[in-house]
Design a protein around this ligand. Structure first.
Ligand code: GDP
Ligand code: IMO
Ligand code: MG
Length: 429
């Protein structure tokens, strides 16, 4: 059995961490392919309560290789901190591999992220990034001036590479933003420390993946962020700078689309978003507040309050279409316990016309009004339920309607944050 992808179907934080933790029981490899420590994947199981940012969740499975692909951007300090937390919980991290081609997040990327956000916020255009240097590091990757893991390992050429790139960065930092330049010697010293800390993990990943695929091993692809934050397909410019959609798994790991036999889209039973950008179904009332407080909708990485709203069926159908989801996984159903009616956005109204396709223009989306279909809520709790038979009929009806809208079967329903709090409708991995 080849590779199986778990992809965020909305604007991130759908519960991918919980899902990968549960479904990776039989995985031989769990691989991250995009993003960096802007991600925050929460896992709660009998080993503890974890917040993963960079390391694949599969590290908690003793015989599973946790692989960080070339499409991921690595902040070595964040990596070391995460490793230390795992060691405190006695997690074995010897099965961890980082692609030699993964790009390095340098302190100047973080600085540039902050300076650019400040500049944009002065003109009311901030993206609301996580401030982890994600945009700037991917910019350097496409500008072909990035530093990669493999560069850390060659001390003879590293200083020169750093000198060249810092000249450019410091011109931008000081001349464009009026910021303080970054010191070359300090940066080089940091790189030497990182090289020491990371050397044993940095490897070519292609043979590992190829051997696994040819010998029928099972690979789970752990997406970060969500399709609506995709650089190409998301709500541009209010997106991240990588490809959280399934296509990103191929380029971010060096595997063929032919090896991916299943793609599961993870959806919350409602919608959340952190940072700027339109969210047509956003609730600015007591229901939105109720959901945020009940569900603890605060960012796993930044602690920022998440914007909450009803399920956006237009966005959900669109993300399913661009990813070719073979299954959908619904999380946080329990959060809707006690709310009635429950609204589902099935189309938008724009300029007096009905829109059923997700618009590409951020300004159009900003001015879209959601058109809702109301469904009765349920008065029996769904929290911690593990069998479909124990769900109230109204909840089953809601799930059925979401499945129709998304356009694929809902094969797993999560009813709580813990590993075991889920209904497996059909085994998918
Ligand atoms: P990710 O980034 O997609 O991995 O999601 P996050 O970890 O950032 O946010 C999801 C949050 O929902 C975490 O706090 C999880 O513990 C929690 N969670 C996941 N599934 C469920 C569920 O079915 N019910 C409830 N109540 N919480 C859930
Ligand atoms: P997980 O993997 C939710 C959002 C930021 C911001 C935009 C750009 O936990 O689902 P960036 O720092 O990437 O340049 O920020 O993307 N964002 C996320 N939102 N979950 C995430 O990851 C996110 N990663 C980035 O809030 O709006
Ligand atoms: Mg998250």
């Amino acid at each position: 059995m080849p590779a199986y992808a778990i992809i965020g179907g909305q604007w991130g934080d759908e519960g991918k961490g919980k899902v990968v933790d549960l479904l990776s029981e039989k995985a031989d490899i769990v691989a991250r392919f995009n993003g960096g420590n802007n991600a925050g994947h929460t896992v709660i199981n009998n080993m503890g309560n974890f917040k993963f940012h960079l390391i694949p969740v599969g590290i908690l499975r003793p015989n599973c290789i946790a692989l960080i692909g070339n499409g991921v951007v690595v902040n070595p300090d964040a990596f070391a901190a995460e490793l230390a937390t795992l060691h405190e919980s006695d997690v074995n991290t010897s099965n961890l591999i980082i692609s030699e081609k993964a790009h390095l997040i340098m302190p100047y990327h973080i600085k540039l992220d902050e300076l650019e956000e400040r500049r944009r916020s002065e003109i009311g255009e901030a993206i609301g990034t996580t401030g982890m240097g994600i945009g700037p590091v991917y910019m350097d990757k496409t500008s072909r001036i990035g530093l990669r893991m493999i560069d850390l390992l060659d001390k003879n050429t590293l200083f020169h590479k750093l000198e060249v790139v810092l000249k450019q960065k410091n011109d931008v930092i000081s001349k464009l933003y009026g910021g303080d330049p970054v010191d070359l010697d300090y940066s080089y010293e940091r790189c030497l420390v990182w090289a020491e800390e990371l050397a044993s993990y940095i490897k070519p990943i292609e043979p590992v993946l190829y051997d696994a695929l040819s010998s029928g091993k099972k690979i789970m692809l752990e997406g970060a962020q969500g399709a609506m934050l995709d650089l190409d397909h998301g709500t541009y410019p209010y997106v991240t700078s990588s490809s959280p959609s399934v296509g990103g798994a191929c380029t971010g790991l060096g595997i063929s689309p032919r090896d991916i036999t299943g793609v599961a889209g993870v959806y919350k039973a409602y919608t959340t978003r952190v940072g700027s950008g339109a969210l047509p179904t956003e609730l600015h009332d007591e229901i939105g507040e109720f959901i945020r407080e009940k569900a603890g909708e605060y960012g796993t990485t930044t602690g920022r309050p998440r914007r909450c709203g009803w399920f956006d069926g237009v966005a959900a159908r669109y993300s399913s279409m661009i990813n070719g989801f073979t299954s959908a996984i619904l999380t946080r159903l329990d959060v809707l316990d006690g709310i009635s009616p429950i609204r589902i956005c099935t189309s938008y109204k724009y300029n007096g016309k009905q829109l059923t396709e997700f618009p590409a223009d951020a300004l159009i989306l900003e001015n879209c009004e959601p058109v809702y279909e109301d469904m009765p809520g349920w008065d029996k709790p769904t929290a911690s339920v593990t069998s479909l038979d124990d769900l109230p009929q109204e909840a089953l009806n809601y799930i059925e309607r979401l499945s129709e809208i998304i356009g694929c079967p809902i094969d797993m329903i999560s009813t709580g944050p813990g590993r075991e709090e889920a209904i497996i409708v059909k085994p998918i991995f």
